[in-house]
Design a binder for this molecule. Structure first.
Ligand SMILES: Nc1ncnc2c1ncn2[C@@H]1O[C@H](COP(=O)(O)OP(=O)(O)OP(=O)(O)O)[C@@H](O)[C@H]1O
Ligand SMILES: [Mn+2]
Length: 318
């Protein structure tokens, strides 16, 4: 990934395409060695907006000329030195980092054009400080160890008593993020961030979605473990999910329509049809999980369609 600085001091984070649209993550790869996908960053921005969260900074697709728009203009001499021509004449580069920055892991244009995601950078940390929180349902990032939440059946009751999850909306905010991660099958949510200034009374930033949308043919139920274990969901989220399961607003249709407005859509749809179908299937699973919770709590939930919510979806589909 590259940080781009513009003449007006704006910045953006660029993640290049590393995987073809319909490549599925190899089944023998652990989640922590999966590639990052530029289209996942873009699709996550759209999904987050459709879910009504708006917690992912804007991400857009771009087809860049790696020579004209990177090599010739970079002020980073070390980066410029890593450009080379591949055996078939494509222009490639690998940059500088601690791993995956070598000739073997180079990113290549065709012959110079490269698909990339471009995310708006949040204000610099020196201006707006952020706090990083470790996810209570973080995976072990080990091939052999289980995480606490996998071993302890009553894990949620401990979390519910632990600050900041014991007060305010933090637990519900967390569930919102979990639902989005399950829908896009992102197992890599080890941390999340908030703006420091607002203390515990603030929203969560959904940054780093590059490992989402890796597999469409398989769901990952363990991502829903927090919802399953805590049985808590924000009412507005539940209403939105219900709306997105109706035939006029199937999540797959709203996503397809929304993604078709990205500039890279003209190169190829940002999510292949099997990925879109998986979204509807997973949404059903989330709603079934919530119904099981409601039965457990002997609550009768009636579906009320919220007009404002419906209007924003209509705008996207139109
Ligand atoms: N839009 C953004 N604006 C500002 N900072 C960002 C933005 N997106 C990501 N970051 C910061 O940059 C860090 C690294 O980016 P990102 O997580 O997307 O890459 P990564 O290679 O997956 O990193 P990691 O290995 O830590 O997961 C993030 O932890 C976050 O703090
Ligand atoms: Mn990451």
């Amino acid at each position: 990934k590259l940080v781009m600085s513009f003449p007006n001091y704006g910045q953006a984070m660029l993640k290049p395409m590393k995987q073809e649209r319909d490549d599925e993550t190899n089944y023998n790869l652990y989640y922590f060695s999966d590639f990052e996908r530029h289209n996942a960053e873009i699709a996550a921005f759209h999904l987050d907006r459709i879910l009504g969260y708006r917690r992912v900074p804007p991400v857009v697709g771009r087809l860049v000329d790696v020579v004209k728009e990177i090599k010739d203009v970079t002020t980073d001499r070390k980066l410029a030195r890593t450009f080379f021509n591949s055996p078939v004449g494509n222009v490639c580069f690998y940059g500088q980092c601690s791993y995956y920055c070598s000739t073997e892991h180079a990113v290549c244009g065709r012959p110079r054009k490269l698909e990339a995601s471009v995310a708006v950078m949040l204000p610099d940390l020196s201006l707006v400080t952020r706090r990083t929180w470790r996810s209570p349902w973080r995976r072990s990032y080990s091939r052999s160890k289980l995480a606490n939440w996998e071993a302890e059946p009553n894990y949620c009751s401990t979390v519910k008593k632990t600050p900041p999850y014991n007060k305010g909306t933090r637990l519900l905010d967390f569930m919102d993020m979990v639902i989005m991660d399950f829908l896009m099958s992102n197992m890599d949510r080890h941390h999340y961030e908030t703006f420091e200034k607002f203390g515990n009374n603030t929203f969560l930033l959904h940054l780093d979605n590059g490992r989402a949308f890796g597999r469409h043919s398989k769901d990952e139920p363990s991502i829903l473990a927090p919802l399953e274990q805590c049985c808590r969901i924000r009412r507005s989220t539940w209403l939105r999910l219900n709306l997105l399961s109706l035939s006029q607003y199937y999540l797959s249709d709203v996503m397809r329509a929304s993604l078709s407005r990205d500039p890279l859509h003209s190169v190829a749809p940002l999510l292949s049809e099997p990925h879109l179908t998986a979204l509807d299937r997973r949404l059903k699973t989330v709603l079934e999980t919530v119904s099981r919770c409601q039965q457990q709590r002997r609550e009768t939930g009636s579906v009320i369609l919220m007009n404002s919510s419906q209007q924003t979806l209509k705008k996207i589909v139109r």
